[in-house]
Design a protein around this ligand. Structure first.
Ligand code: MG
Ligand code: ZN
Length: 214
């Protein structure tokens, strides 16, 4: 008998992810799996967005990192609950890790759960985490060819947030190339250009998030 270890791992992960999905649905919590390269600005995005959320949209954050709790500490400063997962070298989050992090949070009264994945444009996309959907943070300093180069990641996105627009004058980034790559890879995804430094584009991002609350 041929044993496909990877597909067995993914099957077990998907079962656990379904439990998480059911739990969050019961609690009326919308969760977003936030993915992107290291340094794309995933944590910076949350730091900017969370203080803008209205009272009826209380959020909590799960931070996934290889090591350190730096990002969870940054999030804690915004005043919302945060839980840190250290993957001890694993380059993605899986449903079991997220499940144990959720168990440390008080879910009562929450409307949103942001799960910041490990910075990586490859394997996080293979692991369901019980999320409602996926947000990719891609920064313009990474280049305009990322959707075509990492299709497995960009294909699964509901939203691509294009960060660091404040640096546009100083890069070779061409918006036309990026949007062409997105139309070829995932024409259904929304693309919102922002700057986590200036706050530009965040009104649109906030609307996108709020429109998807129950
Ligand atoms: Mg981070
Ligand atoms: Zn991985």
């Amino acid at each position: 008998m041929k044993v496909n270890v990877m597909s067995d791992i993914l099957k077990a992960n998907d079962l656990l992810a379904r439990d998480i999905e059911n739990l969050l649905r019961e609690k009326n919590i919308v969760s977003w799996n936030i993915m992107g390269s290291p340094g794309a600005g995933k944590t910076a995005l949350l730091e900017k967005l969370i203080p803008m959320l209205p009272e009826h949209a209380a959020a909590a954050v799960i931070e996934g990192d290889l090591a350190t709790s730096n990002d969870a500490e940054r999030i804690a400063k915004t005043g919302v609950q945060s839980a840190q997962i250290n993957t001890n070298g694993a380059c993605h989050l899986d449903a079991a890790m997220v499940r144990s992090a959720i168990d440390t949070l008080n879910l009562d009264g929450l409307s949103l759960l942001f799960i910041e994945n490990v910075g990586n444009l490859v394997c996080p996309s293979s692991f369901q985490l019980g999320e409602r959907g996926r947000i990719i943070v891609s920064s313009i300093t990474e280049g305009d060819d990322k959707p075509e180069k990492y299709p497995s990641m960009f294909k699964t996105a509901d939203l691509v947030v294009l960060n660091k627009m404040d640096l546009e004058q100083n890069t070779n980034f061409k918006m036309g190339n990026f949007t062409r790559g997105m139309s070829a890879t995932n024409p259904d995804a929304s693309v919102i250009p922002v700057s986590a430094v200036t706050g530009g584009g965040f009104d649109q991002l906030l609307d996108w998030i709020l429109q998807r609350l129950p």
